[in-house]
Design a protein around this ligand. Sequence first.
Ligand code: SAH
Length: 286
Amino acid sequence: MTRTPHLPHINGDWPELLPGWVWLVGAGPGDPGLMTLHALNALAQADVIVYDALVDARILEWARPGAAVEFAGKRGGKPSPRQRDISLRLIELARAGQRVLRLKGGDPFIFGRGGEEAQALVQAGVPLRIVPGITAGVAALAYAGIPATHRAVNQAVTFFTGHDASGEAPGALDWAALAKSSPVLVGYMAIKTLPSISARLIAAGRSADEPVAIIADATLPTMRVLETTLGRAVEDLAASGLEPPAILCIGRVVRMRRALDWIGQMAGEPPRDLDPLGLDPARDAG
Ligand code: SAH
């Protein structure tokens, strides 16, 4: 255990990143303030940081002076290192006695292939620690003022990916089951395949009038939010010019943004509706 120079005012001992170890760490969705203290502690100690495309540059500024920083980004549609090469590189660095930080966007185990990297490390006998991060699907909704669950709307929320290894809308996904799974669906990597996603969900019974939000660059100063409906989402997205990375949120909770768009409110916009779901919480004693 170690005291890290980056956390001088926080009591307690912090885990020490030892030579030959790999820590697989979630960096959160972008805003550096959404990193965990374990992630900060890892940055303070690592000899080598192998980071993803969606890790914000400001986060890397917290690296220990002299640390090596390697990009191992994977972005849909662009040339990127093969997953196997990334895993082999991590193993190679660990075997060379480096203290390795594998820094991934959001949470490493949510659509981040962290499971595969961790498995490769374990198979190679490399010791590891896994540090979760705030996943984009959770953070994007919070920054947009959309509760992921609301007692009046949903008792479940479903995360899904909008494309599979081939880059298409996942053929392995049971779209009818997804449509029925929960009143709120949160889609990652769902922008390119939105035409197919919205058509399949409507065909499976979701209403074309259902509220939809598309949140791009969530938690970053460049964040933009499009409010639309399932039926109009493709057209409105094209007109908006929003680009990935973006989170797709489908469900009636999206309406709550009319009251809870706190970023808009900080910029001086009044709430559009104080009771978007027609609930009047003042009358609810429960
Ligand atoms: N492991 C990551 C997800 C990696 S998949 C996590 O837990 O967040 C990459 C997808 O994540 C993107 O296509 C997009 O859907 C989403 N994403 C990541 N960062 C984002 C951000 N700042 N704003 C919006 N979406 C983001």
